[in-house]
Write a protein that binds this ligand. Structure first.
Ligand code: ACO
Length: 427
């Protein structure tokens, strides 16, 4: 039986269809609301608004569940790698051997950048933020892609492989530029993550081949960030894509959105907070007290999430991986010790209990990145490489919808009513 929700406004009552998702979650379909009542739904930050139906990623924030195409994230973390996860997200199923070989070969074959990209990089100041270079250069890919105006058509497979592969090279070049180092060419004999680390850290006559545990840890970080349904950056990609902008432009916009400190930039903010505690600039008690006070705008970085009212499953996996890698390498990290203490205290604190605030993916992400050897100014860039398959999958899913409407929200105007223009000498 079709379920409906009833809305009464003044003397009119209308019935609105209720749509059920495959995990039983419910949404009221308000697409006819304005036409039937003149009302719009006001929901800043889209806190209650479902902007699309999607079969890519499922998050159950109440129970701390995350799955890609139905497969729980901890199973992928244990058995998969980033390239296979890219295929899963974009094409909707785990690839068989032949599909994976073809896809992997395509990604490997497309790693190199056109030589003129070097000149683009040379135009940036040495201290340019790598995220600014990354978004600009991903957008620039459109200039080099033949017939980009047909983006999303029969060449989609090639386009997706291009983007996945070249984003990694652009990311490495952004770092090299920020350090004033020469650019290092891709090595097709290496894995996706291994080649990235090689392009990041090799020097002329001194090749860096990452040990397997470092490659595994980077694969894990990328996989865990590969999609998270309609986060701010993915929503951005869908919004830009709804205007029929090409894949490169849409994903470049996603990178800009990810840059913000309460989204992808939070990993750096967490490390800075832990460092301040480690240096003795503030104690754990003072940090928690600051986070409890609303007025100062300070938040405990790496805690809280729009969806998770439970432990973010990614935080648990990243924490375990950090323990394992630091142990394997036989090194400690003083910031990890601070993070463990801070987490323990926050989880016992009535404010955090009442607000249901738990560690999110960013809390231990920076610790693991440090153990991998990733420089701090590259944390958000790594997140962007990881999220690329999710953005591509969402862009493709939206493109396949029969009638995509351009994203164009309404507003409630609160400005002045009509005023006459006043010439400047009379003002
Ligand atoms: N520290 C202290 N209080 C917090 C925190 C925090 N980290 N997060 C939320 N709260 C409080 C809010 O003050 C608010 O309290 P109130 O209801 O008494 O007014 C309540 O919890 C709900 O917070 P909202 O801002 O409504 O939550 P929202 O869903 O809008 O924001 C967000 C989620 C942005 C992640 C927020 O929790 C935050 O700023 N966290 C710190 C930054 C961070 O770690 N960002 C990474 C997000 S995950 C990612 O992008 C991969």
């Amino acid at each position: 039986m079709e379920r409906t929700a009833r809305l009464t406004f003044d003397d009119q009552t209308i019935e609105l269809p209720v749509i059920e998702g495959s995990e039983g979650e419910l949404g009221v379909d308000i697409t006819s609301l304005r036409a039937r009542t003149g009302l719009i739904a006001l929901d800043p930050g889209f806190v209650n608004t479902g902007a699309s139906q999607s079969s890519i990623t499922y998050v159950d924030g109440e129970n701390g569940v995350l799955s890609y195409r139905g497969i729980p994230i901890d199973q992928l973390a244990r058995h998969s790698n980033f390239v296979e996860t890219c295929f899963l997200l974009i094409y909707g199923h785990l690839p068989n051997k032949q599909e994976l070989d073809r896809f992997g070969a395509r990604v490997t074959a497309n790693a190199a950048l056109h030589e003129s990209f070097k000149h683009h990089f040379e135009g940036f100041p040495v201290d340019a933020p790598p995220m600014a270079m990354l978004s600009a250069m991903v957008n620039t890919l459109a200039c080099f892609y033949p017939r980009v105006e047909l983006s999303g058509g029969e060449k989609f497979d090639e386009e997706a492989a291009w983007l996945l592969s070249k984003t990694r090279t652009i990311a490495a070049y952004s770092y090299r530029r920020s350090m004033g180092y020469p650019f290092i060419y891709t090595d097709p004999r290496l894995s996706y993550a291994g080649d990235f680390l090689h392009m990041l850290f090799s020097q002329p006559l001194e090749e860096y081949i990452a040990p397997p545990e470092i490659v595994d840890a980077l694969n894990l970080i990328l996989m865990l960030h590969a999609d998270h349904e309609l986060g701010c950056s993915t929503t951005t990609v869908r919004i830009v894509g709804s205007s029929q902008a090409n894949l490169f432009a849409s994903c470049a916009a996603g990178i800009c959105s990810l840059w913000g400190p309460v989204h992808g930039g939070a990993t750096i903010a967490v490390i800075e907070m832990l460092e301040a505690i480690e240096r003795g600039e503030m104690t754990i008690d003072q940090t928690l007290a600051l986070a409890r006070k609303k007025q100062n705008g300070f938040r405990l970085k790496g805690f809280g999430h729009r969806l998770y009212k439970q432990f973010d499953p990614r935080a648990r996996i990243l924490k375990e991986a950090a323990v394992k890698l630091l142990d394997r390498r036989g090194v400690g990290d003083p910031l990890f010790d601070v993070a463990l203490q801070l987490e323990e205290r926050a989880l016992k604190d009535p404010y955090f209990i009442d607000h249901r605030l738990f560690p999110n993916a960013d809390f231990y992400n920076g610790i693991l990145m440090r153990a991998v050897g990733i420089p701090r100014n590259m944390f958000t860039v790594i997140f962007a490489i990881g999220r690329m398959p999710g953005w591509i999958a969402h862009w493709r899913e939206q493109k396949a919808e029969p009638a995509v409407r351009i994203a164009r929200p309404r507003q409630l105007y609160t400005g002045l009513q009509e005023m006459a223009y006043v010439p400047i000498e009379e003002r």
